[in-house]
Unconditional design. Structure first.
Length: 691
């Protein structure tokens, strides 16, 4: 007989999938999640066990299944006793007589961990240690420090002294750190919350139309050109259960939120058009969802068209690591037609099924916390932020801190444009009353009063200034080995861009073979074409190094990489690429020379002259110098590298031409110059390494 999936059986029995999975675990069955399959005889046993007309035995008899569960629980208790033996001679006096059962006074117990600031007075340190001031002074004298009770010592010295008393110290958190720190909620207070779903996919594959079909509204028609121009958050109810949808302009916004440390999505729905198949932006969206480590459901849209071929879409998805259920994988794929309202119910059922397995919960009774999905400056209403509440309940009048700004809730507006008084977990809501416009991805936290909110915002602004002065150091090939040795890097994340798909596949396969025990090479995205700003954004969020093979970064991507400290490496020979990565992993990379781009010029017209071709060019940025090396780019793909043979302004030879001027450029042994080509001038600069 055919095997049955756990979620199908659970639906048949009217149970949650998690209940069935837990029961099978107790029986010792090897199942991983609701997508696992079980034998028909086990399914029949479950049907009998959960039969509605089954009488509960009152004789005290225990069936075999319950007996096995009890044995497991008993064994667990016995193992716990072995791991935690009672102290020797506990409860026995020296003469062998039983001790009194009264516990030791709590005043005799010394603290295990204390928190200290950057500076602490000796007297305060003694009080926190529960020791006499003279004892602390003695310990200070032992390490060569003379200090009275009123004098202060720094954190490191206090930590040494505390160690002599058997006490561990931890640095004190400032007010902002305490406010924004993750709160460990009491499981007893948590309740089920709606799932948050992000719609992702290629442009014009029907993301917003699908959401319109779900909401039974028409958003697309009101947008310029029918393309989503904003981030929207909407909530729908299906079978009595609410679901929150985020409709984003693209995966860049999704990753921008994640880059700021926020996890705003529980499930990603990847929309793929059945007539187009998997497109470049589909692959990018897929890799962004994988990097965020969220469950993915594939919605194969436009199945009503004559050119639709869902099977081809499933085949293409397997090439990118997504194998659908009917092909033996664990990825849910649903055929839908957003225009015809077909398959929508099945898609919503699958979303609720995945949410049930994820067991999403939150505490609605605590102070509200959330994530800024979008923010704008409205002419009539001032700064407005779309906030997705993750836990707690937000109410009008609440004081809050968000990013570097603060405020007090003046009004709450839901996705239908209605004014509401409160918003619970997984509810998207527009918040009015913010002092300034926050950034997407900022954490939103309700505090006790406006004074606290202002203090937190002030502290956060100071930290932002410090971050601007000293940028966060991201992983680069130059310092990779040192960070491996320090235990900071377990995986080397890479983004690969190449001129053709075959090259990208070859580079990926070669790099993944370099994984060692110390570090694993992980390619989080590969694509064809120039290194784009989206690639830099993904690398920023995932702390990745970008590898370009036979392509160059776009100007905006280069600026973004310099701003965010992302390492971009470009190569033309695969052996050099592999040697650099291997050397970096082994600690042998010696960056003696580094490329410095001087400027870029665009070819406006090519002139044939005796002995060659002169490129009549306009300098777009930087400068072109006679001594520089150049590369010719055609659609951001390198077609030639060489040296300048001549550089002229009108009829005069010149040493350099600055930005905004026209010039004639001759390139040694290269005459295939075409209008529109970009000539990039660069020099190799020696990098002095500090020992």
């Amino acid at each position: 007989m055919k095997k049955i999936r756990i979620y199908e059986l659970a639906k048949e029995l009217g149970l949650e999938s998690k209940v069935v999975v837990d029961f099978l675990h107790d029986l010792g069955a090897d199942v991983s999640n609701h997508m696992s399959t079980i034998e028909p005889d086990i399914a029949n046993m479950l049907r009998e066990h959960y039969a509605p007309d089954e009488e509960v035995p009152h004789s005290g008899a225990i069936n075999d299944d319950e007996s096995r569960v009890i044995k497991v629980q008993k064994r667990t208790r016995e193992e716990r006793k072995v791991k935690e033996p009672a102290p020797k001679n506990r409860g026995v006096k020296k003469g062998g007589e039983p001790r009194s059962a009264s516990p030791r006074p709590s005043s005799e117990k010394k603290p295990k961990v204390i928190t200290l600031g950057e500076q602490v007075s000796v007297n305060e340190l003694a009080q926190k240690l529960g020791a006499a001031g003279t004892e602390v002074i003695k310990q200070l004298m032992k390490i060569g420090i003379m200090a009275s009770l009123s004098q202060s010592v720094d954190y490191d010295i206090a930590a040494i002294v505390a160690g002599e008393f058997g006490v561990t110290v931890a640095p004190e958190q400032d007010l902002a750190e305490e406010i924004f720190a993750e709160v460990c909620e009491d499981p007893k207070l948590q309740m089920a919350r709606p799932p948050v779903v992000t719609i992702m996919g290629h442009v014009d594959h029907g993301k917003t139309t699908l959401l319109d079909s779900i909401r039974k509204t028409k958003v697309t028609a009101t947008e310029a050109g029918g393309i989503t121009q904003h981030i929207g958050a909407y909530q729908v109810v299906y079978n009595g259960k609410p679901i929150t949808f985020l409709d984003t302009p693209g995966h860049e916004a999704f990753t921008a939120i994640r880059a700021r440390g926020a996890k705003a999505t529980d499930v990603a729905v990847l929309v793929v058009a059945a007539n187009d198949g998997v497109m470049p932006q589909t692959v990018e969206a897929l890799n962004h969802a994988k990097a965020a480590n969220v469950p993915i459901i594939v919605a194969i849209n436009k199945t009503d068209l004559h050119a639709a071929n869902p099977e081809r879409v499933k085949q293409e998805l397997t090439e990118h690591g997504l194998v659908v259920e009917e092909w033996g994988g664990d990825t849910i794929a649903v055929n839908v037609s957003a225009l015809q309202d077909e398959g929508i119910d099945e898609l919503l059922e699958m979303i609720l099924l995945v949410a049930e397995v994820e067991d999403l919960k939150a505490n609605p009774s605590c102070p509200a916390r959330g994530t800024v999905i979008d923010a704008k400056l409205d002419k009539g209403r001032g700064p407005v932020a779309t906030v997705l509440i993750s836990t707690g309940t937000l109410r009008i009048g609440d004081a809050f801190a968000v990013g570097n700004v603060c405020g007090k809730v003046r009004a709450l507006i839901n996705d239908q444009g209605e004014t509401i008084k409160e918003a619970g977990p997984s509810t998207p809501v527009e918040v009015l009353g913010i002092a300034d416009v926050p950034e997407a991805g900022d954490i939103f936290v309700v505090v006790k009063d406006e004074q606290t909110a202002r203090q937190v915002a002030s502290i956060q602004r100071g930290k932002q200034r410090d971050r601007d002065l000293s940028r966060f150091s991201r992983v680069t090939l130059d310092d990779l080995f040192q960070r491996i040795q320090e235990g900071e890097v377990k995986e080397l994340n890479l983004v690969i861009k190449a001129d053709v798909q075959g090259s990208a596949e070859a580079v990926r396969a070669s790099l993944e073979k370099l994984s060692t025990d110390e570090v694993r090479v992980k390619v989080i995205h590969q694509g064809v074409g120039a290194v784009s700003e989206s690639d830099v954004l993904l690398a920023t969020a995932s702390d990745a190094v970008i590898i370009g093979f036979n392509v160059r970064p776009e100007p905006n991507a280069r600026k973004a990489a310099e701003r965010d400290g992302v390492d971009i490496r470009v190569y033309r020979i695969i052996y050099n690429l592999l040697d650099d990565v291997k050397a970096a992993m082994a600690g042998l990379l010696d960056p003696e020379f580094k490329e410095q781009v001087l400027g870029r010029a665009q070819v406006r017209q090519a002139f044939k002259i005796p002995g060659g071709v002169i490129a009549g060019s306009y300098v777009l940025d930087g400068k072109i110098t006679r001594s520089a090396e150049v590369r010719v780019l055609r659609d951001n793909v390198i077609v030639h590298e060489g040296k300048i043979s001549s550089l002229k302004r009108f009829k005069d030879d010149v040493r350099e031409v600055a930005h905004g001027y026209e010039c004639g450029i001759g390139i040694e042994r290269f005459n295939d110059i075409k209008d529109g080509d970009v000539i990039e001038a660069f020099v190799m600069v020696k990098v002095e390494r500090s020992l």
